[in-house]
Design a protein around this ligand. Structure first.
Ligand SMILES: [Zn+2]
Length: 337
């Protein structure tokens, strides 16, 4: 795989290509941006290019021993550090100081087989404070012939001292055409209907994992349920309010997901009130169901209700009673005109 075959991330690839061409790589990069948009892929590609015996360091061939070993995580000069759970029941995976020390000891040597040692530190925000402080020393006095690539989706959670010692490269959500290409290239999705591909692309937010993992049947059902509710709920059918809230409260773990889905639908309905262009909807495939809903409420009413849904989401992130919160939220929908 050459740099060119990595989809999207033109700016990041350009910066890296220039640095490789001029031999001006920094000691440490910080790749940051949303999950699942190609940060790890590009980091590994860079590690390959730096050590490729055929096309390096400008690019990687993916066929030489060095490229193959890096792909398989068995190259002696390639290191991957990622958060791990200390016990199977631990709540959160973290990067501990022992793991950092272990990496530091390995970086102390000259490259064993390749030209440049590359260490990828994935989800670097998961380093606990001791690990961060220890790692800071490596950044302050970088080992020779070594490139460190720090990866994070949450750069604001990093120590400023850590960020300031890296060259930051921002990664962006992938464009719809790239997500589509990735979906069409997945063997598991061979039989995917074009309408499903479109739905997945629309909902992916430019993130590959979202596009691949989303349970389309479940979403379709969830959306239909919400559309039915918005269509029929009124003072005359207040029974629906209690019915729905009670049913949803039984499935507490998924309430946030359902309310976020509701926000997406409301956003589209509000959008349809101001414009007739359904091409820009998140739920384009059900535009014909949303259009009648747009005439039920005023724009001000819809926006007020969206505000209510947001407040409910916020309340539920605390310890609010789920059923009561949902009932109150839907009462607002009945009240708005
Ligand atoms: Zn190679």
């Amino acid at each position: 795989m050459s740099f060119n075959s990595i989809l999207g991330q033109g700016q990041a690839k350009h910066i890296i290509a220039k640095a490789l061409q001029h031999g001006t790589l920094p000691h440490a990069y910080l790749f940051y941006g949303p999950e699942s948009i190609g940060k790890r892929l590009l980091a590994r590609q860079l590690a390959k290019a730096l050590n490729c015996t055929e096309q390096g360091p400008a690019d990687a061939c993916d066929a030489c021993q060095s490229c193959i070993k890096i792909e398989q995580n068995i190259h002696p000069d390639f290191f991957l550090l990622a958060p791990a759970k200390s016990t199977p029941t631990a709540r959160e995976a973290v990067i501990k100081i022992d793991a950092v020390r272990n990496l530091q000891s390995k970086l102390g040597y000259f490259p064993y087989e390749g030209r440049t040692k590359v260490a990828i530190i994935d989800s670097v925000e998961k380093m606990n404070p001791q690990a961060s402080n220890s790692f800071l020393k490596t950044l302050e006095e970088p080992p020779s012939s070594t490139l460190l690539i720090l990866i994070t989706a949450s750069p604001n959670q990093l120590l400023p001292t850590l960020v300031s010692r890296c060259q930051g490269i921002r990664f962006h959500p992938l464009p719809p055409e790239s997500i589509k290409e990735i979906l069409l290239n997945q063997t598991a999705t061979d039989r995917m209907e074009p309408s499903e591909v479109e739905l997945r692309v629309l909902r992916s937010k430019g993130q590959v994992s979202r596009a691949l993992d989303e349970n389309v049947a479940e979403i379709a059902q969830q959306r239909q349920e919400l559309i039915d509710l918005l269509e029929h709920l009124s003072w005359d059918r207040i029974d629906l309010l209690f019915q729905w809230s009670k049913a949803r409260a039984r499935d507490k773990d998924r309430v946030t997901e359902v309310l976020e889905e509701l926000m997406g639908l409301l956003r589209d309905i509000a959008f349809l009130k101001t414009q007739n262009n359904s091409e820009l909807l998140l739920n384009r495939d059900v535009a014909h169901l949303l259009r009648p809903l747009a005439s039920k409420k005023s724009l001000a009413g819809l926006l007020k209700f969206m505000d209510g849904v947001q407040q409910t989401l916020h309340a539920l992130s605390g310890n609010a009673n789920v059923q009561l919160s949902l009932e109150n939220m839907l009462l607002q929908y009945c009240e708005t005109t």
